[in-house]
Design a protein around this ligand. Structure first.
Ligand code: ACO
Length: 263
C-alpha cells in the first residue's frame, strides 16, 4: 500500500470518502509529492472503488483549499525539471477528471492557480463564503496547465474565463457562484457538512446508474448532440442488466426504500 504524506483520507460511512489536501502550513500548495499522492489515491479508487460511491475533496484548515503549485519547490528549477514535474501535475489533473466516481470539491479557503484548477476538475464545487479564487498564473509568468484554460471556459463561458485568466485577478465565492463555477456557497463551519449531505444523497442512489450518468454527461458534453445521445444509450445499456435497476423498480412498487448494492 502506498504511503500518503500530503493527503488525508477519511471515511464517512461505507460509501463516502473525504480526501483532504494536507499541507496547511504551506496553504496546501501542490508539490510533486502531493500530486503523486493524489494520482496514487485516485487511480486506486478508479481501478477498485470497492464500496466507495462518492468522493469529497477539500483542504486542511480555513485559510486555503490549495494555493496552487508550490513555488518554493519550483524556485531555481531547470526547464527539464519543470517539465518533468509538470508531467506529474498533468497526470494528477487527469486522475481527477477521469475519476468515475462522483467528485465534489468543498473549497474551504483560497483556491489559487493550480488550486483553482483542482477545484474546477471536480464534478461540482461548494465553497465557503470567505473563499477567494484566482487563476493567477500569468501574474507569475506562468500559464494554467492543469486544465484551467479548458475547465473554466466550460464552466463560466469563454469571455468570463478569458477575463479571469488574462488578468489573474482574484474573485469571490459569490462571483464564482454567479458565473457558474460554484454550485453553492455556505458559511465555512457548514461547508463540509453540506458537501457530505450531498455526497450521502448521491451515495444512497444506485452506484452503477450514477457512474454511468456521470460518464454520459461528462463525455457527452464534448460531443455533438447526435453522438452524445448515442453515447448516452451505450451508458444506459450498461445499467439495464443491473440488479439495482430491478431493485429500484421493485422498491417503488412495494412502497419501500430501495437497497442498492452496486450490482
Ligand atoms: N507555494 C509555496 N508556498 C506557498 C504558496 C505557494 N503557491 N502559497 C502560500 N505559500 C506559503 C507561504 O509562503 C507561507 O509560508 P511561510 O509561512 O513559510 O512564509 C504559507 O504558505 C502561508 O501563506 P500566507 O501567504 O502567509 O497565507 P495567507 O492566508 O495570507 O494567503 C494565499 C494565502 C492567498 C493562498 C497566499 O499565500 C497566496 O496568494 N499564495 C500564492 C497563490 C498563487 O498565486 N498560486 C499560484 C501558483 S502558480 C501555479 O499554481 C501554477
Amino acid at each position: 500500500m502506498t504511503e500518503l504524506d500530503t493527503i488525508v483520507i477519511t471515511s464517512h460511512g461505507d460509501h463516502v470518502a473525504v480526501v483532504t489536501l494536507n499541507r496547511p502550513e504551506k496553504a496546501n500548495a501542490l508539490n510533486t509529492r502531493m500530486a503523486r499522492d493524489l494520482i496514487a489515491w485516485f487511480e486506486a479508487a478508479t481501478l477498485d472503488p470497492g464500496p466507495l460511491r462518492c468522493v469529497v475533496l477539500t483542504g486542511a484548515g480555513q485559510k486555503a483549499f490549495c494555493a496552487g503549485g508550490d513555488l518554493a519547490e519550483r524556485k531555481d528549477m531547470t526547464d527539464a525539471a519543470w517539465a518533468a514535474q509538470h508531467a506529474v501535475f498533468e497526470r494528477m489533473a487527469r486522475a481527477l477528471l477521469g475519476c468515475p466516481l462522483p467528485l465534489i470539491a468543498a473549497v474551504n479557503g483560497a483556491a489559487f492557480g493550480g488550486g483553482c484548477e483542482i477545484a474546477a476538475a471536480c464534478d461540482f464545487i461548494y465553497a465557503a463564503d470567505h473563499v477567494r479564487f484566482a487563476q493567477s498564473e500569468v501574474t507569475l509568468g506562468i500559464m494554467p496547465g492543469a486544465g484551467g484554460t479548458q475547465n473554466l471556459p466550460r464552466a463560466m463561458g469563454q469571455r468570463r474565463a478569458l477575463e479571469l485568466i488574462l488578468t489573474g485577478r482574484p474573485f469571490s465565492a459569490e462571483e464564482a457562484m454567479r458565473w457558474g463555477l460554484v454550485n453553492a456557497v455556505f458559511p465555512v463551519d457548514r461547508l463540509l457538512d453540506e458537501a457530505l449531505t450531498t455526497a450521502e444523497r448521491i451515495a444512497a442512489n444506485a452506484p452503477i446508474a450514477a457512474r454511468q450518468a456521470k460518464q454520459s454527461v461528462v463525455r457527452g458534453m464534448q460531443m455533438s448532440l447526435a453522438d452524445g445521445l448515442a453515447f448516452e444509450i451505450e451508458a444506459y445499456n450498461r445499467m439495464v442488466p443491473t440488479e439495482d435497476r430491478r431493485e429500484g423498480v421493485n422498491a417503488f412498487n412495494e412502497k419501500r426504500k430501495p437497497a442498492f448494492h452496486g450490482r
